[in-house]
Design a binder for this molecule. Structure first.
Ligand code: DGJ
Length: 461
């Protein structure tokens, strides 16, 4: 029998297709590998990076074993006063009378910082997420909802945040816990661990009730970027009234990183409400405002004007309908990443990582970046909420994830969680738009009870 040479043999066809798919997959993996580990002109082998003891130490997973405390014996009067006892660990965390409160908010005895180390090499320059962090004068750092500026001129880091060292109260029964505005605190450092208090660099308005920063209003999440054309340090922040209905951004400027900053004005960017926000300065000096809008249901992103004092008219709506807040943007190997939280007031919730090839989108959601601790730790961002991501000098793909463990019963006693964030390895699951191939690297935030920077306390600024 003469074989028709055009007769398709199904096995050959199958082989051909699988070889083709295999090839595309290999090319994709190679691209992924190259994107992760080629840093400018410096080619870092993935072997070197992944197995480097510094990265291994940052990625070491620590487990947590916090359980619900046994039910307490309560008098009938106490039951009447407060009938419901916490049934979940998050409720327990939020209960100021919880028996296990010290596990989430350890007291001053376990505080850390330059005045506490006393030359003990074991603890020297270690971060203790959740413990009280002291400045160079031995006072608890007040820089909540903060952000970081690296200043080329002074070769220093500046940490800006909400100075909340006042009394926590509720302005009305259903209102969120609040502290009157005191201002924006600023701290400087050369090693990212030893922080000197530079004072309140933008202060509240004490008397003029019509002023945006009148003490009875809200000032949250201040972020500072430097404009090399104008020589100005520009601060963007969330300004609001006590009921969070003003929902605007405020802008202030200064000639020096340590202020004082002059408050310029507030606005509704692109004509929309704006609550949690951040600013991100790209490598080409274009800066962007990223803010939760449309009643926190959508994130908006748009470029700032060249002087960084306003927004350009073009705005993109991203994460539509996802109800995300606390955006923190960073960039690695020409890919933009963002960590966001859910919207649950001061209560902790699950973080999500997102990625985009262009900062204006489309943005894809990668999943929960938290690794270690335990299930409840991971689903609550380790009982915290992100605020900023700082590149880790000397570690390609290495960053510090800055987060706040809010204490709504006493907001001034909210804690900082700084944890290593590593971009590397394939994402957990392929995205819908990627035909089954992993498009992005994984973003991982590793839980540590204590950890140190690879620089181990040396000046890195
Ligand atoms: C969550 C936000 O992320 C915080 O900045 C603050 O606005 C609280 N909500 C207030 O409840």
């Amino acid at each position: 029998m003469v074989k028709n040479k055009h007769n398709k043999n199904p096995t050959t066809l199958l082989r051909l297709v699988s070889t083709l798919v295999g090839c595309v997959f290999m090319i994709h993996l190679i691209m992924l590998y190259r994107r992760n580990y080629s840093v400018d002109n410096l080619e870092v082998s993935s072997q070197l990076l992944i197995h480097h003891p510094i990265v291994r130490e940052l990625e070491r997973v620590e487990e947590e074993n916090i359980h619900m405390p046994p039910p307490r014996k309560r008098s009938p009067r106490a039951i009447k006063r407060k009938p419901k006892r916490p049934t979940t660990l998050v409720e327990e965390f939020l209960d100021e009378n919880s028996q296990i409160r010290h596990l989430f908010f350890p007291d001053m005895k376990s505080s850390f910082g330059p005045t506490k180390d006393g030359g003990n090499n074991n603890t020297l320059h270690r971060f203790f997420p959740g413990k009280i962090w002291l400045d160079t004068e031995g006072n608890p750092i007040q820089a909540h909802g903060g952000g970081m500026l690296y200043d080329e001129k002074s070769k220093s880091y500046y940490w800006y945040g909400e100075y909340k060292d006042g009394v926590t109260y509720h302005s009305h029964k259903k209102g969120a816990a609040r502290v009157d505005i005191i201002g924006v605190g600023c701290y400087s450092s050369k090693d990212l661990w030893t922080w000197k208090n530079e004072g309140v660099v933008l202060a509240a308005e004490e008397t003029d009730e019509t002023h945006d920063l009148h003490k009875l209003n809200v000032l949250e999440r201040p972020k500072v970027i430097y404009n090399s054309d104008t020589g100005k340090y520009v601060m963007w922040m969330h300004v609001d009234d006590a009921n969070y209905t003003k929902a605007s951004v405020g802008v202030a400027i200064s000639d020096t990183p340590t202020g004082p900053f002059d408050y310029l004005y507030s606005k509704s960017p692109h004509g929309f409400d704006s609550r949690d926000m951040t600013v991100f300065k790209d490598d080409d000096n274009t800066a962007y405002l990223v803010y939760s809008s449309e009643d926190n249901s959508v994130v908006h992103i748009g470029a700032l004007t060249e002087d960084y004092l306003d927004v350009e008219p073009v705005m993109k709506r991203i994460m539509v309908g996802q109800h995300r807040e606390a955006p923190a943007v960073f960039k690695h190997q020409n890919t933009y990443y963002m960590i966001t939280s859910g919207c649950t007031g001061w209560a902790p919730n699950e973080a999500l990582a997102h990625a985009a090839e262009s900062i204006m989108g489309p943005w894809e959601t990668l999943g929960n970046p938290c690794v270690g601790g335990n299930k409840i730790f991971r689903s609550t961002t380790f009982f915290a909420q992100g605020t900023y991501v700082v590149p880790l000098p000397g570690v390609p793909g290495g960053f510090i994830f800055m987060a706040d463990r809010w204490n709504p019963a006493d907001l001034r006693d909210s804690r900082y969680l700084w944890l290593p964030l590593i971009v590397g390895g394939p994402a957990d699951r392929p995205l819908e738009s990627s035909f089954g191939f992993p498009m992005w690297s994984r973003v991982s935030v590793y839980w540590h009870r204590q950890w140190r920077l690879p620089s181990g306390g040396k000046e890195i600024a």
